[in-house]
Design a protein around this ligand. Structure first.
Ligand code: ADP
Ligand code: MG
Length: 601
């Protein structure tokens, strides 16, 4: 299979074969292998610095999912380091409750951190980016103030002693290995999330939120899970940080530290794991190698960030993404293979009719849809045509649940499609494409299509975190299915390519592949032929007919009259949100009003 020998993109890599897997793991193995050899230098100072980098990375690995993958501006994440550090120290020192083992205390810090992560994260579900960034700062301030004020427990400004991990981890190098082990674990766990449907969902929320919802990604639920995870890693990181510091006071948790975590992700590259790992090490080392510059560390971070953002917008991950620099074959031809469709749509749920009944929707004074009714039969293609602004996309948005109609109802089969609840449409059997393709440019074509399979996943978040067997089986099946969908639309050979390298016409077919992933009963296509060459439009027509023959009801919004008249059984003509007429292509072509209002010449 052509896809096997091609390369795995840094973001959203989904390589499973042995060679791609080794290629993915190798840089991490090399990095951690080197770090494991560090004790041979007998240089305790190196141990301290690299140990600190490992501790920071444990936090950044989780935060990376929030910032780099989900695109949430969690600027004040140092708050969770503080929570973890104090939880571990206070429980181990016994200033509040009877002292417990530092290891247990570290576990408690993970739990408290997870809860605090959700508390800090909750505003993200409601607030837009910058307001959320500010709210994380607010939280950081509150935590510091509590640590200062609650003297009996935290020691206030005087501080509290950090936990001392005993046993094999009591020595300097023993503790070093403890932190290193934690960093390896954090890398593995966050990598598992990143490669799962949860990680793909995060990227989709970041870059194509509407498409994510239409694919069944439920943003609030997903974000809560990720905040739990990122909070837990930050809590553990805080406990280790406290031990590393030996003694903690509120001023150990500075704004600089928060900035370091955040900037490490941006410099490393959003949507990557290796990049942020490398830049976390780099940023921890930087003030050390240039010791006189310590006072300038914030300045250094900022300067480095500027340089990276200006010179390599995608960060270190982009620098390392050699695969995406190989030129793609030019003059590529999309070759849909409709023989894959019956298999792809074989488990098809009952064939269902779409009834759009008496729907009215107004935006302020504008009636975008005005008492419109039509039905789409299973295994039929229904055309929706009309001038720009006549309400076609709005009809699709009502069916997809983005808009609540003022009046009327939308049913698929027996079932009413509840107004709103866009994320429930994929499971209800509605797939769609968008007038402007909405994709995750930094993820592979395959990963983009797999996003469409979100609703097929049964494995829980925890199963994904620990890469348990059911999760791995589901991923393999999903991957197989996505390759089949790509074969059906003719993009199989591009499966491993970053989606932002595709041509516009290829993106249109990519969206169809994604929409077919959940085996929809109804497929909504919003101007799929826009920007396609005539021969591509012909291929698209064949593909649409084949999809409908597999039992899917297709609603086609389109301007290319050749395509519409060529593939539709029935057509509704819209004008100013109202039905101008409807009928078979032959009837429409002969209709004088349509000729006047729409077909023009
Ligand atoms: P079409 O897809 O047929 O070109 P649309 O459905 O996009 O048309 O738009 C129909 C009408 O509704 C237009 O007048 C448009 O300006 C208006 N409209 C669409 N979406 C919105 C919105 N979110 N807010 C306000 N007006 C809108
Ligand atoms: Mg439109």
């Amino acid at each position: 299979m052509a896809a096997e020998e091609t390369i795995v993109s840094v973001a959203g890599g989904t390589g499973i074969g042995l060679v791609p897997l080794l290629r993915q793991v190798a840089p991490f193995a090399a990095l951690f292998g080197l770090a494991a050899l560090l004790p041979l230098t007998h240089n305790a100072y190196f141990g301290l610095v690299i140990g600190r980098a490992a501790v920071y990375w444990i936090l950044v690995s989780g935060l990376n999912l929030v910032v780099g993958f989900a695109g949430q501006l969690a600027l004040g994440w140092v708050a969770l380091l503080t929570v973890g550090a104090y939880t571990t120290s206070v429980l181990a020192a016994g200033t509040a409750l009877p002292a417990i083992s530092p290891f247990l205390a570290l576990g408690a810090a993970a739990a408290v951190g997870a809860v605090a992560g959700v508390v800090v994260g909750l505003p993200a579900l409601r607030l837009r980016t910058f307001y959320f960034a500010m709210s994380t700062f607010g939280f950081a301030t509150i935590v510091t103030q509590i640590a200062l004020a609650w003297r009996s427990v935290t020691g206030g400004g005087i501080g509290v002693i950090g936990p001392v991990f005993g046993g094999p981890f009591g020595s300097t190098w023993g503790f070093y290995y403890f932190c290193l082990g934690g960093a390896v674990l954090a890398t593995w766990l966050s990598g598992n999330v990143a490669r799962s449907r949860f990680g793909r969902g995060l990227l989709a929320i970041r870059d194509a939120e509407v498409a994510a919802e239409a694919s069944g990604v439920f943003k609030p639920g997903l974000l809560v899970l990720v905040f739990l995870f990122a909070g837990a890693t930050a809590g553990v990181s805080g406990g280790l940080f406290a031990s590393l510091q030996t003694y903690i006071t509120p001023d150990a948790f500075t704004f600089d530290l928060s900035l370091l975590f955040f900037i490490a992700i941006l410099i490393g590259g959003r949507g990557s794991i290796l990049g942020p790992l490398l830049s976390t090490v780099l940023l921890t080392l930087l003030p050390e190698v240039a010791a006189p510059l310590v006072a300038w560390s914030t300045f250094l971070y900022a300067a480095l960030l500027l340089v990276i953002v200006l010179a390599v917008p995608g960060g270190i991950a982009n620098l390392l993404d050699f695969a995406s620099r190989k030129p793609l074959e030019t003059g590529r031809i999309i070759r849909p293979d409709v023989s894959a469709l019956p298999v792809l749509l074989s488990g098809h749920a009952a064939e269902r009719q779409l009834s759009f009944e008496g729907v009215t929707l107004a935006f302020g004074g504008v009636r975008a849809i005005d008492g419109l009714s039509f039905t789409v039969e299973p295994a039929a293609v229904h055309g929706l045509i009309g001038p720009n602004g006549s309400g076609k996309t709005t009809v699709l948005n009502v069916i997809s649940g983005y808009y609540r109609p003022g009046e009327g109802s939308v049913r698929l089969g027996e079932r009413e499609l509840a107004p709103g609840a866009a994320h429930s449409r994929a499971a209800a059997g509605v797939g769609r494409t968008f007038q402007t393709p909405r994709i995750v440019g930094e993820a592979s074509v395959l990963a983009n299509v797999m996003i469409g399979g979100t609703t097929r996943g049964r494995g829980t978040f925890l199963e994904a975190v620990f890469s348990l067997p059911r999760h791995r089986r589901e991923e393999a099946a999903l991957r197989e299915r996505a390759l089949l969908a790509l074969k059906a639309v003719g993009l199989e050979q591009l499966a491993q390519v970053r989606a932002d390298r595709l041509q516009h016409s290829e993106l249109r077919f990519l969206e169809i592949a994604r929409a077919l992933m959940p085996e929809p009963s109804l497929l909504l296509l919003d101007e799929p032929a826009a920007g396609l060459a005539p021969d591509e439009i012909a291929l698209l027509g064949g593909l649409i007919i084949a999809i409908s023959r597999a039992g899917v009801a297709v609603l086609l919004v389109e301007h290319h009259t050749d395509l519409v008249f060529g593939v539709c059984e029935n057509i509704t003509v819209l004008n100013l949100g109202r039905e101008l007429t409807h009928g078979t292509p032959a009837e429409i072509v002969a209709h004088q009003d349509v000729i006047d209002a729409y077909l023009g010449s």
